[in-house]
Ligand binder design. Sequence first.
Ligand code: XLS
Ligand code: CA
Ligand code: CA
Length: 439
Amino acid sequence: MKEYFENVPEIRYAGADSKDPFTFRFYDADRVVLGKPMREHLPFAMAWWHNLCANGTDMFGRGTADKSFGEVPGTMAHAKAKVDAGFEFMRKLGIRYFCFHDVDLVPEADDIKETNRRLDEISDYILSKMKDTGIKCLWGTANMFGNPRYMNGAGSSNSFDVYCFAAAQIKKALDITVKLGGRGYVFWGGREGYETLLNTDVAFEQENIACLMKMAVEYGRSIGFKGDFYVEPKPKEPMKHQYDFDAATAIGFLKAHGLDKDFKLNIEANHATLAGHTFEHELRIAGMNGMLGSVDANQGDMFLGWDTDEFPYDVYTSTMAMYEIIRAGGLTGGFNFDAKNRRPSYTHEDMFHAYILGMDTWALGLIKAAEIIEDGRLDKFVKQRYASYGQSELGRKVLAKTAILKELAARADSLGAPELPSSGRQEYLQSVINSILFR
Ligand code: XLS
Ligand code: CA
Ligand code: CA
């Protein structure tokens, strides 16, 4: 069997002091943290599109990276070479899952019947590789934003024929996800949104999106899909206004349409910051609603207003994100590196450096989040901050939801002027975090 990454060995844990670039400094799959090995806390996944397809092309220039893997792009031979290279890549890193869009796997033909035939062929091939390696599918999805037919969206398109094409792609992507045993199925509303109200019926479009999702659930369940459907919120780009703006908006939409039992959220770090939120905020909102499903593990650039999909490097964020994830009871999905090398980092070795960085950043985040939990000061502080509700009979009635407005007003009258609430102590708490992070 041809080796695609000859210069790269299997990546092993070698400790924080390791100077060998092809080692993990923090990700030690067997290390037990909070009673579970790291590999169980961190089901990492390779994103087929960025890792095996994206070559650094941007709107100002051609690609810089060679992702041909020795074959001619646009052919089935190339599609198979990507499978071989991808499985070698995952095996060398100890990554146990992958995520895909339909059109990442095969070149799209003009006729959907031919595209579907190619998908059948490649998924047979992928399945044989999965059996040989034990690598699994985290989630699948349909790319309903790239083809020009989706210029006005898929579920939100003004064209009924385009809506039918979206349905056909979802049906096939679900077939493939089930065939590969995927844990989840993602809806990222790529172009589900609008540019101007002057030509848009928002209510009509949102009803149609929900209807498509309902049909997807019915079909998925009918073919034995037991996993979660996910919505991946994103506020903008490519559309100016995207309907799944953020976690709260997506949850409201899912609940309004009775989809919240089958759907959870796939929270992407870069999308959170585009929405003006921290990643932790989005995880908290999803988690407290029982709808935290999976994570797209990347980071954005605060100086740029677009979706840069960088590999995660910020340990403050991975720590506080892991803190949220653990407290929410973990993920039903996993950690998909929806991230790409920077354009000047164009070699095959850079693909490995990027994943080593990402996996180590999350491993360190897990270790430090566990320390914050074991330390307990943060948790205790937050509980104490709201303690006044439990300190009077009336406060307890509010907690039991039996109080009435008049009683509360009477208490306010008896107090005259209330004392200031207790101090937020933000700077103290930040110093606690630093002392745990850097000890
Ligand atoms: C794009 C999205 C996309 C989804 C899957 O911004 O992040 O990659 O994760 O369609
Ligand atoms: Ca994503
Ligand atoms: Ca992104």
